[in-house]
Design a protein around this ligand. Structure first.
Ligand code: MV4
Length: 449
């Protein structure tokens, strides 16, 4: 069976290390790339080779396509793993890898373009029979079209940037007299952010849950779903905690969402691992939102409940192997807390700098994915995640207990971290009951120490 000899990891931080670990276990050589700000990072230390690709600024290093391709050519890498963020869903990068005979471990440029344009992803999924939120048939022509469409859909509605995702260029509109203002500001925002002001419209789903399904597909047209993740605990579109199974899940809903996700994957002949994101309303009706063509930060909790290495599967699928996954029912419960270098008592303000004391929790059912260590300096140039603390246990109650115990053991000093936030969240009655939606963080109040 064909397998890569050497993979270059075009990323930094914990995900670069995560990929290196699986490569080692698979007997694949690894090349780290790093910016001058990351010379002391563990991904540089643990890779077989490392190439500096530029200065601290992402645009000059981790987003610098010519430098990354040059690094792959110099080291003779036959594949590139992009991790998440940075170039992981960049169609141009995927194409350039292809043109240079380097396998991009991710989606084809065509798939990235099709799923990256949200209106086109939505119509593709609708045509495949996946439930979507009722809305405009495609892009809105102008303000008059927006008003006429909203009248048909019935207020409240949401206008969304087709180039968007992550909440940018998105507005809730409650009545016609608000439309003009939101129409103009949303279009301006998307033009500035994406160079594309195409907008579409949907019925506004109030207090939804964010539940996503991990999928995989192979080049022979086979596809499977690997159960769900509940990512409803978010703040300003940044996920804070993820868990699987979702406390809102039922056997019937999982069956329906799983089947819809496999249908989605097969309809687009999806190759590799990916995620289908859904909004789920209080009646357990679910609607396709976005398809992510990358490995995600929260893939770990799925790995824990199904005991399966998703990065290994991703690499094997990219090499053209048959899928080894199947439709899974989670038998365990896993929770991940994202530990960020942020001050939860001051509006989650970033807190980069030197970690003076570092002690990790351990023990049965506790996993930490991180690139940091004692005396490591968190550079101010990148995202603020220091680590992912993941627990797995037989039940949700036991997983929460284990997470409480692990957070109590976790010592990070010298910088502010979100550990105290997670400790308070776990004590919240609604959280403990599993009774939360994407609006949870709007009303959650952090108590002073
Ligand atoms: C929605 C919605 C309600 N109704 N669409 C936010 C990010 C983007 N990917 C889609 N988002 C939403 N789309 C309709 N028709 C509410 C959100 C939303 C949200 C979704 C998932 C997780 C957190 C969220 C926070 C605010 C709004």
């Amino acid at each position: 069976m064909k397998m890569f000899k050497k993979i270059l990891i075009a990323n930094r931080g914990e995900i670069a290390l995560r990929v290196i670990r699986t490569c080692k276990e698979m007997g694949i050589n690894t090349v780290a790339v790093y910016s001058t700000a990351d010379a002391d990072s563990l991904h540089v230390r643990f890779a077989d080779e490392a190439v500096c690709i530029g200065p601290a600024k992402s645009a000059d290093s981790y987003l610098n396509i010519p430098n990354i391709i040059a690094a792959a050519e110099i080291t003779n890498a036959d594949a590139i793993h992009p991790g998440y963020g940075f170039l992981s869903e960049n169609a141009k990068f995927s194409r350039i890898c292809e043109e240079n005979g380097i396998k991009f471990i991710g989606a084809s440029p065509e798939m990235i373009d099709r799923m990256g344009d949200k209106a086109s992803a939505k119509s593709t999924m609708e045509a495949a029979g996946v439930p979507v939120v009722p809305g405009s048939p495609g892009l809105l022509k102008d303000l008059a079209d927006a008003k006429a469409t909203a009248k048909k859909i019935v207020y409240p509605v949401m206008i969304k940037a087709t180039a968007g995702g992550g909440g940018k260029g998105m507005r809730v509109v409650w009545s016609e007299d608000e439309m003009e203002e939101h129409w103009n500001s949303a279009r301006q925002e998307s033009a500035a952010a994406f160079g594309n002001d195409g907008m579409y419209m949907e019925k506004f789903i109030e207090e939804p849950r964010h539940i996503e399904i991990q999928i995989a597909g192979d080049k022979f047209g086979d596809a499977c779903h690997m159960s769900e993740r509940d990512c409803s605990i978010q703040r300003r579109h940044q996920k804070l905690v993820e868990e699987t199974p979702s406390p809102f899940m039922t056997a019937d809903l999982r069956k329906r969402m799983g089947a819809a996700s496999v249908k989605a994957a097969k309809a687009v002949k999806y190759e590799g691992v990916g995620t289908v994101e859904f909004l789920v309303d209080k009646n357990r009706d679910f609607y396709f939102m976005e398809m992510n063509t990358r490995i995600q930060v929260e893939h770990t909790i799925t790995e824990e409940v199904i005991n399966f290495d998703l990065i290994k599967e991703q690499i094997k699928l990219a090499a053209g192997h048959k899928m080894s996954g199947k439709n899974y029912e989670p038998k365990m419960h896993s929770i991940q807390c994202r530990i960020n270098a942020e001050d939860p008592f001051n509006g989650f303000r970033p807190s980069p700098g030197k970690i003076t004391t570092y002690h990790e929790p351990g023990g049965h059912g506790v996993r930490i994915d991180t690139h940091v260590y004692a005396n490591y300096i968190i550079p101010p140039h990148y995202d603020s995640m220091i680590s992912k603390l993941i627990v797995v246990a037989q039940t949700r109650e036991e997983a929460i207990k284990k997470m409480e115990r692990a957070l109590d053991e976790y010592i990070v000093e010298g910088i502010k971290s979100t550990i105290p936030f997670h400790q308070q969240l776990l004590q919240d009655e609604k959280f403990r009951e599993g009774d939360f939606t994407t609006k949870f963080m709007e009303t959650f109040v952090i108590k002073e120490k």
